[in-house]
Design a protein around this ligand. Structure first.
Ligand code: KIV
Ligand code: ZN
Length: 515
């Protein structure tokens, strides 16, 4: 990697997954990883293998599948974490172990209950252990943004001596401002004697809305890796958004002395896939990937763009993939056309049975909607995948009655653990009635935190994609459903969330508790 290359380290599957409700199944992670590979991300952080058997399997599946990106696993500075990361990653073409330990006074005192000397000793031991498995070892002093610079220099020098080849500086709580964060990176470059043996990376959280600005300020001061996520997903307010970092560096080549290897035409597809799998909608005015990011509403702007697009546009919509969502298939398309387009989208069916099932769904959809776009296909697979893996509850049929002046009524038939059940319920609206009927059968006791509907494509025959967020005693899950009938999509989303509540829970969080 030349000094002019900026390494893009994507952590959508690890830090992104730490957003409440964003947890992903193994197959969903593999689908996102394949899109990240097509995007030409350098490093994919696939998860935290020691967290649970499910997390371990997900990292292993990504490691087995990905060929062109380095696959990374997170590990606390503990032997069992590092060993688990190695076990999960060892099948990869190229892998990295990312180990971390907090270095700020408040984390060392309150969370770790360790002295600074003990922290240095543990960090060095962890890096040496990881080096037994690979030369590609990354170390992060967690909460570096609130650590004392002298101590940070000491830790970084020690872990580089121990063999770390990337030192990642996290602003874990999103506390820094660009000038200060850039200056921290400059000081590390000037004061750590062996810094030339490692790549400086940054990992900024967005609590003050400054994650991208802080990352870019770090790049201007010599950082050569940025950790980021698609759509800025991540713990609390999220991480630096990959698309914003990449497009800032690409668009302002006059300011930045480095560039990434990202294929920017894949950005919108990646954004849509992550949004549809996690159920985290992208706000319309979000830079690069928001629906309005390239829309010109005011007459003056439209006139200007028609006369010469550079009057108001600094990037071309097609360069980030806005025109790539082509109409691909229709009612007369056959199984082979369906299978090969799915393959291009990174979805391969492990058996003829799964292919046939997905193809039958596609035919159903094509009967209702003439033009099928890539996003329709992605939604179709999201449903099929979850059903194949984990379904305890299945919707058999539903009927809703809605008439002006009358109370809406829903009749639901579903299958729960093989038994057929039916219920009627009234509600404030047809969706409310359907949810009440379902809850009366399932008795989950969960609270509805969020309900949102998005049109997947344009036109009145578009599929509605519904996200439902449920809270069951503090456990938060998102469910998705898509259908040309939004009441049916809502019922599917609700049932999808209930199915997730019924799958196993025990899972460690990498940053909570002691090492
Ligand atoms: O925000 C953070 O500090 C992290 C570390 C584990 C790198 O996510
Ligand atoms: Zn983080």
């Amino acid at each position: 990697m030349s000094s002019q290359s900026l390494i893009i380290f994507d952590t959508t599957l690890r830090d992104g997954e730490q957003s409440p409700g964003a947890s992903m199944t193994r197959d969903e992670k593999v689908r996102i990883a394949k899109v990240l590979e097509r995007l030409r991300v350098n490093v994919i952080e696939a998860g935290f293998p020691v967290a649970s058997p499910g997390d371990f399997e997900s990292v292993r599946a990504v490691a087995d599948e990905i060929k062109d990106s380095v696959v990374c696993g997170l590990a606390r500075a503990l032997d069992k974490d590092i060993d688990a990361a190695h076990q999960a990653l060892k099948g990869a073409n190229a892998f990295r172990i990312h180990t971390f330990l907090a270095t700020s006074p408040i984390h060392m005192r309150t969370k770790l209950r360790m002295t600074p000397d003990q922290v240095v000793e543990h960090a060095v031991r962890a890096v040496k252990r990881a080096r037994q498995y690979t030369s590609d070892v990354e170390f992060s002093p967690e909460d570096a943004g609130r650590s004392e610079v002298d101590f940070l220099c000491r830790v970084i020098e020690a872990v580089i001596d121990a063999g770390a080849r990337t030192v990642n500086i996290p602003d874990t709580v999103g506390y820094n401002v660009p000038e200060q964060f850039g200056s921290l990176i400059r000081q590390l470059r000037e004061r750590v004697p062996n810094i030339d043996k490692a790549v400086i990376s940054v990992h900024c959280h967005n609590d003050l809305g400054l994650a991208v600005a802080n990352s870019l300020s770090a790049v201007m001061n010599g950082a050569r890796q940025v950790e980021c996520t698609i759509n800025g997903l991540g713990e609390r307010a999220g991480n630096a958004s990959l698309e914003e970092v990449v497009m800032a560096v690409r668009t302002r080549r006059d300011v930045f002395t480095c560039d990434t290897r990202i294929d920017t035409t894949q950005i919108v597809a990646a954004s849509r896939l992550v949004s549809s799998i996690t159920g985290f909608a992208v706000q319309p005015n979000k830079a690069i990937v928001g629906a309005n990011a390239f829309a010109h509403e005011s007459g003056i702007h439209q006139d200007g763009v028609l006369k010469g697009r550079e009057t108001y546009e600094i990037m071309r919509a097609e360069d980030v993939g806005w025109t790539a969502n082509r109409m691909v298939l229709g009612k007369h398309s056959g199984r082979n056309a369906f299978r090969s387009r799915m393959k291009e989208l990174g979805v391969e069916f492990s058996s003829d049975e799964l292919l046939n099932e997905a193809f039958a769904r596609f035919k159903d959809l094509a009967d209702k909607k003439h033009e099928i776009y890539d996003d329709d296909l992605q939604a179709l697979v999201s449903e099929a995948n979850f059903e194949a893996e984990n379904e305890v509850i299945q919707l058999i049929s539903m009927k809703v009655h809605s008439e002006t002046g009358k109370t809406p009524l829903a009749h639901i038939r579903l299958r729960k653990e093989g038994k057929e059940l039916a219920a009627d319920a009234e509600g404030g609206g047809p969706v409310d009635a359907a949810f009440k009927a379902i809850e009366s059968l399932v008795q989950s006791g969960s609270q509805l935190l969020l309900y949102s509907v998005n049109a997947i494509t344009s036109g009145t025959d578009a599929q509605g994609e519904v996200t439902v967020r449920l809270d069951q005693g503090g456990r938060i899950v998102n469910g998705q459903g898509a259908d040309t009938d939004i009441i049916v999509a809502s019922a599917k989303a609700y049932i999808n969330a209930l199915n997730k509540l019924m799958s196993p829970v025990a899972r460690a969080h990498p940053q909570h508790g002691n090492v």
